[in-house]
Write a new protein. Structure first.
Length: 419
């Protein structure tokens, strides 16, 4: 179990244990070497080894169903498929829904090749008045690059849906190689790049060929399993009660990272306009300062009481701290409470729920997200089974310069439905 790895590790709270053997699995590092998984992932995706460790701990029978209310890039769903389980994921991001579904479907290689030939041979370069009116897209791609991406995207939209999503995944995967908007933390920065319009179509074809080669590997067909991602808000899901035998997910960390910004260009490429993206930003989980308090959540927070550990941390924030931080953190845990109440209703009696979370620091004050989550989970009707501490992260350079190198935990919090 690797509970204590060295003498420098801090003593942990009750029911916590070190599992630093999983530290690489807390990041996309291992994911990058896995076929299909690596087609598209988020900067804070966890690797399949982490999901496998949780499933090994639970020993669920094959007919079990999993739920992931923050599906991200579909890692939980794809591991479920590989394990012979059914799984349903939810997310508000069109990017998440697209890439997750594209990864878990069965495909006919001949159909993919035919669609690829159709797209690369029939698309015509055309920039029209309606083609990406966004100034952001015009800044990210040169005119010739926009012409190529536009014509490819429009031709792809005419293909059968299952193959269409796979080709769109390939298209948004390569756009980062051309875009002058580069993700950097929770934002993106602008860089200079030469015009590469003449490379777009070849890069797209190469990406699809790589996907085809990986699909040719020993990938067993679905055997009666239902694996899918749906658009949905984790705080307000329309799911039959008691349907799932387990939950594995990672809510956005309360670190101000805004995925509507990081993947702004990809969202535009998928046909979202600027107003759609702003709407997504405002209605996402309150893990960043631009997310708004939800107005259509069916769960009342009247029974929710702010956990003492959160109140204590907020009371210790320096006076010069960003005055938006207390509101962000309070909203974040309110959202987690509603998420967990909804999640509990979807689970079978005594089913387990594993939440991958990361502690954060504001103004030098550590916010113990994993401990606060346990308190919130108890209010939502869960018992705390245990918590694995899987990684110890250093602070940002700015935080270390001011407050030292005290690490922050990344953890898997195991909860269980009481009945």
């Amino acid at each position: 179990m690797n509970k204590i790895v060295n003498k420098t590790q801090a003593k942990l709270p009750d029911r916590y244990e070190y599992r630093l053997d999983l530290r690489k699995a807390a990041t996309p590092k291992l994911l990058k070497s896995h076929p299909i998984h690596h087609w598209f992932f988020f900067p804070h995706s966890y690797s399949p080894e982490l999901v496998e460790a949780v499933l090994d701990d639970w020993s669920l029978p094959e007919e079990s169903k999993l739920i992931d209310p923050f599906v991200g890039a579909g890692t939980t769903l794809l591991v479920a498929r590989e394990r012979g389980l059914s799984a349903t994921g939810f997310d508000l991001s069109p990017v998440s829904i697209l890439v997750s579904n594209a990864k878990v479907r069965d495909y006919d290689i001949k159909t993919i090749r035919q669609a690829l030939d159709n797209v690369t041979s029939r698309c015509e370069k055309s920039i029209t008045e309606s083609s990406w009116r966004s100034d952001r897209m015009k800044r990210a791609l040169s005119e010739s690059e926009r012409a190529e991406f536009w014509s490819l995207s429009q031709t792809i939209m005419g293909q059968p849906r299952d193959v269409r999503d796979l080709l769109l995944l390939a298209l948004i995967r390569i756009v980062r190689d051309f875009s002058r908007a580069v993700a950097d933390g929770g934002w993106f920065r602008w860089v200079e790049k030469p015009d590469q319009g003449n490379r777009v179509r070849a890069a797209f074809q190469t990406m699809v060929e790589q996907i085809i080669e990986e699909l040719k590997m020993d990938r067993h067909p679905l055997n009666g399993q239902l694996i899918e991602a749906r658009k949905g808000d984790a705080r307000n899901l329309s799911v039959p009660k008691g349907e799932f035998a387990g939950l594995i997910t990672s809510p956005p960390y309360p670190n101000r990272h805004d995925y509507s910004r990081i993947f702004h260009i990809e969202l535009l490429l998928l046909g979202e306009d600027e107003s759609d993206i702003i709407d997504f930003r405002h209605h996402s989980m309150r893990s960043h300062v631009e997310a708004l308090k939800p107005t259509d959540v069916p769960v009342s927070i009247s029974k929710y009481v702010e956990p003492e550990k959160l109140t204590d941390a907020l009371n210790h924030l320096p006076e010069k701290s960003d005055d938006r931080v207390p509101s962000l953190l309070r909203g974040y845990f309110e959202d987690l409470y509603t998420t967990m109440v909804v999640a509990r209703s979807t689970l079978k009696p005594k089913a387990g729920a594993a939440f991958v979370v990361g502690n954060v620091r504001y103004g030098g004050i550590l916010i113990p997200v994993d401990e606060i989550l346990v308190d919130v989970g108890k209010q939502a009707g869960f018992l705390h089974d245990k918590t694995w501490v899987i990684r110890l992260r250093g602070n940002s350079a700015q935080q270390m310069g001011s407050f030292g190198r005290e690490p922050s935990r990344e953890s898997v919090v195991f909860l269980r439905k009481t009945r």
